[in-house]
Ligand binder design. Sequence first.
Ligand code: SAH
Ligand code: SF4
Ligand code: F3S
Length: 439
Amino acid sequence: MPSHPPKTFYLETFGCQMNVHDSEKVIGTLVSEGYRQVQTVEEAGLVLYNTCSIRDKAEQKVFNRLSDYKKYQKQGKKFAVLGCVAQQEGARIFERAPYVSMVCGSASYRNLPEMLVQIEAGNQRVTGLDDRETDKCFETEFTSRTNPHRGYITIIEGCDKFCSYCVVPFTRGKERSRTSDSVLAEARQMADLGYTEIQLLGQNVNSFKDPAGKHTFAELLAAVGQIEGIKRVRFTTSHPRDFGRDIVEAIDSVPTLCDHVHLPVQSGSNRVLDAMQRLYTREQYLERIAWMKAASREISITTDIIVGFPGETESDFQQTLSLLEQVEFDAVFGFKYSPRPNTPSLKLEDALPDEEKARRLAVVLEKQRDIQRRRYQRHLGQILEVMVEGRNDRHQQWTGRTTQNKVINFTGPEVSPGSYVPVVTTAAFPNSLAGQMVI
Ligand code: SAH
Ligand code: SF4
Ligand code: F3S
């Protein structure tokens, strides 16, 4: 008898929403193969890490985790590395962490059942690694969604943009879209199961190109929003280059499409945008912002910023700050530039010391905090529709999200997660709102 009951697994996920959803596909596949998910490494026979490689810190986390758990190898546990670090490092992972017996990139999850058989047969080095050029379908037969009300659907995988700092085109492969028919079929199935919120996913979700030529991205959005039972549709992440006015028109005309667009800008300086190979200028970005601000609905706009890209001068940095002032985002995810394997910008000198990158990041975040403190105030007194997420016992309050994806904590009678309730906003903070349910 093995020292652990057979066929139990523990899975930890790092990285973006695409990885979170991929993990749901991996869990669905493992469960269909007779595995049972457990909540601790101790209980598991198979330990899987679904990894992220976007910045060096993210990658280091995986190797730290693996060395933390080295001791378990003696107990017969098997380790597997999935996701972006798996695809990037490939078989080198076996050298760095010899107790790992499976390395599998995101394009190969359909092959997991065969790979599991090999692991069970005692094979020490099982790989599922497809190169960038793969045309492989990224859907698995089974998906085990964790939230019963709100669920993800991947509509496009990979990236062909090759921004000069980014690993994603290498870890996720070339851009490939599903047909709009298959997306709509999955969305309808979810609506039948009681889901009311759907989030469409892609590294560049709005670069979606229906292989059957039936729908544009904006049309697909509208079609998902018109499915009976669906109350909210979100989509992430949009790339400015492919962000058409028709997306804003769809939001304006289909009430279920949420009032929120995440549109990463990265920098406010044209010189830096060019060096990043972002394929748009500050002016073109601002034009897209103007379309959104002219909409009849109030669309909340959020973004990503990289500070300290090679060659970013103080004046370039000031242009990023002025862009923040000009747009007034509702949230900013800021990152220090991190040189990554395979990427073109690796050849550029990463000249700024970490302290200077950290200073610039702190300035961005502080400025943005002021902007948000100001912006969140405008919700005071408004009655917002809130999807209830759960109870915050510490504060004796309910918590949920508005259509703009803002967190709101509120008081009121018993409500069930997944329901939609009206809440009047009574207080505003830089990152959340507070209110009272309207009864
Ligand atoms: N496809 C999306 C972004 C996906 S990656 C887009 O193009 O907008 C998520 C974010 O991570 C990026 O927007 C960027 O801000 C950040 N990022 C990516 N590579 C990075 C790197 N090498 N160093 C620091 N931040 C990085
Ligand atoms: Fe990375 Fe650029 Fe592709 Fe976004 S568009 S995933 S930042 S290469
Ligand atoms: Fe990370 Fe891969 Fe997502 S690198 S951000 S998990 S696409």
